[in-house]
Write a protein that binds this ligand. Structure first.
Ligand code: FAD
Length: 489
């Protein structure tokens, strides 16, 4: 029973964040409704993680079979490999549909009301919802608590007109409607990098345009350098760094090229113009709060459009004070723009609204890039760890290992990779772990669990890993850590 309200909890937006929050709330006995204006599953299921991983699954298989040398060295011969673009696209589209249906069913089975429409705040207990052109949906609902889980949309820098055909974002690229011979990808973060893996496996050439001095700017530098050697150099990929795409002129497929004017990041002078068949804009994500009526609850988004949110996921008003009973999770708060962070924040918000204080340790949340091979990390980069060590005056330990030292990786002929752990030599605290190599995205969890539960190097050093498995890469890292005498005892 929700007392004087229609619901205990109304969740605005049903992406992975909203979905995860709804499941946890129901488990806690709450009466819940979600309001969704677009597709259940949000970005992740329909325009993000799910379809992109479907495309990468296909590109990975193709890459493997094209790599005849590799297979030959195992005594396997394959004929020529061919693929059908639409078949690959359909795999992604169908997978998104399946998972969307599964999410919807799971909500229905648990008795969550799914309301269709764009939601707008009336006050901190009341939300109106409607859909333009649909008189059959809409209404007003009240709830004791409300969660904003409205997610994000592609961020497109000024001067770049999106035509959805030759100049597009990941929203369009995931549909794989055509394969340009040469595509420029603006931004070499994880989204751009994953698409470069897909496109090059499907026979396209890629040029990265990156504003920062090096590609993969968000990653640990050493890992980025190795990834460059493996994921960029041997493939038909080149890149321009320190430049911004200051102006993009759309083309006509097969008729007129796309023009991309490059401006030096520092001097602001035009340095070059690229002529390519298509341009993918992968310059990050912008929070989506349009039409949400945040002013009705006294909230202003921050400079970049995110909803100001406390560490307990409470929404903060213009004066930095908590808006009672309103929470924000996922991409909309900008704390950590990944799917699993959104749902973890959802659980955290529910715990807090039920009076069980909970703060998610974002430092323990892993991140991954699903190229072949994969990149993953948790915690801080080496650069950041070095800074921390200097500031706080602790001895920094760095433990490293190569996939070449791992029997399973070698059996798979996948010895290209490395892992490293950054830790405090005085206390054994794990500060960060970075992996580049086969199944890195799965391997990272032993490290993220250790950080989440506060386990030190001493706690996990003698844990046993099955042989031969890739997990022994982590075993090597842990065993390779050397602590100060006092900590080791
Ligand atoms: P969303 O999933 O964006 O959902 C928000 C929902 O709210 C949407 O359905 C929207 O329609 C709805 N909505 C918005 N406003 C309103 C309103 N006023 N009323 C009603 N409904 C509203 N993350 C990973 O962890 N792993 C990956 O491999 C990964 N790959 C990605 C690949 C790509 C190409 C992209 C673009 C993203 C990827 N991400 C990945 C990021 C991930 O998709 C997001 O972090 C995640 O979707 C955020 O979840 P969310 O619930 O906050 O928002």
């Amino acid at each position: 029973s929700a007392g004087k309200y229609d619901y205990d909890l109304v969740i605005i937006g049903c992406g992975v964040g909203g979905h995860g929050a709804a499941l946890h709330a129901v488990e806690q006995g709450m009466k819940v409704a979600v309001i969704e204006g677009h597709d259940i599953g949000g970005t992740c299921v329909n325009r993000g993680c799910v379809p992109s991983k479907a495309l990468l699954a296909a590109s990975g298989r193709i890459r493997e079979m094209q790599n005849a040398m590799h297979l030959k060295s195992m005594g396997i011969q394959v004929g020529s490999v061919s693929f059908e673009r639409q078949g690959i696209a359909d795999h992604a589209i169908n997978l998104a549909k399946t998972i969307q249906t599964n999410l919807k069913r799971s909500l229905e089975a648990l008795g969550v009301d799914i309301l269709i429409g764009q939601a707008k705040f009336v006050d901190n207990h009341t939300v109106k919802y409607s859909l333009p052109g649909r008189v059959d949906v809409g209404g007003t609902v009240t709830a004791r608590d409300i969660i904003i889980a409205t997610g994000s949309v592609p961020f497109v820098p000024p001067g770049i007109p999106i035509d959805g055909k030759t100049v597009f974002t990941s929203d369009h690229a995931l549909k794989l409607e055509w394969l340009p011979q040469w595509i420029a990808i603006i931004g070499s973060g994880y989204i751009g990098l994953e698409f470069s893996d897909v496109y090059t496996a499907l026979g396209c050439e890629v040029t990265f345009v990156e504003a920062m001095p090096n590609i993969m700017p968000g990653f640990d530098k050493e890992i980025a350098r190795l990834a460059e050697r493996v994921l960029i150099k041997p493939r038909p990929i080149d890149f321009h760094t320190n430049v911004i795409a200051s102006k993009v002129t759309p083309g006509v497929p097969g008729v007129k090229p796309v023009l991309i004017e490059l401006t030096d990041f520092n001097t602001k002078k035009v340095v070059d113009t690229l002529e390519v068949d298509a341009c993918l804009v992968a310059t990050g994500r912008a929070p989506y709060t349009n039409g949400l009526g945040l002013a009705s609850i006294g909230v202003d988004t921050d400079r970049r459009g995110f909803v100001p949110t406390s560490e307990k996921m409470e929404v903060l008003d213009k004066d930095g004070k908590v808006v009672p009973n309103v929470y924000c999770i996922g991409d909309a708060n900008g704390k950590y723009m990944l799917a699993h962070a959104a749902s973890a924040q959802g659980i955290s918000a529910i715990e807090n609204m039920l009076g069980r204080p909970h703060v998610l340790n974002h430092n323990s949340v892993p991140a991954a890039c699903f190229t072949h091979p994969e990149v993953s990390f948790v915690g801080v980069t080496q650069e950041k760890a070095e800074e921390m060590a200097k500031e706080k005056g602790f001895p920094l330990g760095i433990s490293k290992t190569s996939f070449k030292a791992n029997s399973k990786a070698l059996a798979e002929k996948e010895g290209e990779g490395m892992a490293k752990m950054l830790y405090r030599k005085d206390t054994g605290e794990i500060l960060g772990v970075h992996i580049f190599g086969l199944h890195a995205a799965d391997l990272i969890h032993e490290a993220s669990n250790a950080i989440a539960t506060g386990q030190t190097v001493q706690d996990i050093k003698f844990n046993v890993h099955a042989h031969p498995t890739l997990s022994e890469v982590l075993d090597e890292l842990f065993k390779g850590a050397h602590l100060d005498k006092a900590a080791a005892n």
